[in-house]
Ligand binder design. Structure first.
Ligand SMILES: [Fe+2]
Length: 260
């Protein structure tokens, strides 16, 4: 499998959509494109510690590159990244990869594992999976996706000059409030539920709470190395004493689970 040629296909496919989309969506789409490329690299780095065979490490990178490939059509056709207002983007990304026959030279079982991992990347939990390859690809891609998103969102809000995009911002009020449900999730070492967030502070804390759903010790090590949790916290408006302690606990949780 030639990864460079797949990257070219990804580039052609996404550019063809970006060229024909509404101007106001272009920044968000470029952001998604960079996200996909970075997730591919992070997945590849994690896979070095999980897989023995080089082709499996490439599969992890391929899953990263294509996991969000339906986001471009989603934004162009529906004007939103919200799945409930459009389609399930994990299912649709797997469908697009299958229909375009980008991976048709792969053995059937391996192709199936890749498509399933793409499909499962955005589900609340990975369903009971059939085999080890599918399970590891699913876990790697979920870790890489979360790590990249946490790093880039932390950078986005730290950088005052960054071009702002409403598709990324989710139009949440930027005040100092934190919802009680969000605090309760952090107290219980649980991921914050999207449906409970009401402010930009909540959204940033939701991202921090993803630390509670990472699969591999090596993923925790990469996450801590990026310092994105500290960076994200530094952009939170007027944190209370309790909130500061809860975020310190979340970072401590990552440290306790990390290894090289
Ligand atoms: Fe996604």
């Amino acid at each position: 499998m030639d990864y460079d040629s797949l990257e070219k296909k990804f580039e052609q496919y996404t550019s063809s959509i970006i060229d024909t989309c509404h101007n106001e969506h272009k920044i968000a789409m470029e952001f998604k494109k960079i996200h996909s490329q970075k997730v591919a690299e992070i997945a590849f780095n994690i896979s070095q510690y999980i897989f023995q065979f080089p082709e499996h490490k490439d599969y992890a990178r391929i899953c990263g590159l294509f996991h969000d490939v339906s986001r471009f059509v989603q934004l162009r056709e529906y004007g939103t990244f919200i799945d409930s207002k459009s389609f399930d983007h994990g299912d649709m990304s797997a469908k697009i990869v299958g229909e375009n026959k980008w991976l048709e030279s792969l053995p059937e079982a391996d192709l199936k594992a890749i498509l399933h991992a793409i499909k499962y990347h955005n589900k609340l939990e990975i369903p009971q999976v059939e085999d080890e390859l599918t399970m590891h690809l699913s876990q790697i891609i979920r870790d890489a996706d979360k790590i990249e998103s946490m790093i880039s969102i932390a950078e986005y809000y730290s950088d005052n000059d960054a071009e702002k995009s409403s598709a990324i911002e989710m139009s949440l009020p930027d005040n100092e409030d934190v919802s009680p449900e969000v605090l309760e999730s952090l107290r219980n070492f649980k991921m914050v539920d999207y449906s409970t967030i009401k402010t930009l502070n909540d959204f940033k804390l939701l991202k921090i709470s993803w630390v509670f759903d990472i699969n591999y010790p090596i993923s925790y090590a990469f996450l801590l190395d990026s310092k994105c949790l500290e960076k994200m916290f530094s952009t939170i408006k007027n944190p209370s004493e309790e909130l500061s302690q809860l975020v310190a606990m979340a970072i401590g949780y990552a440290e306790a689970n990390a290894s090289l």
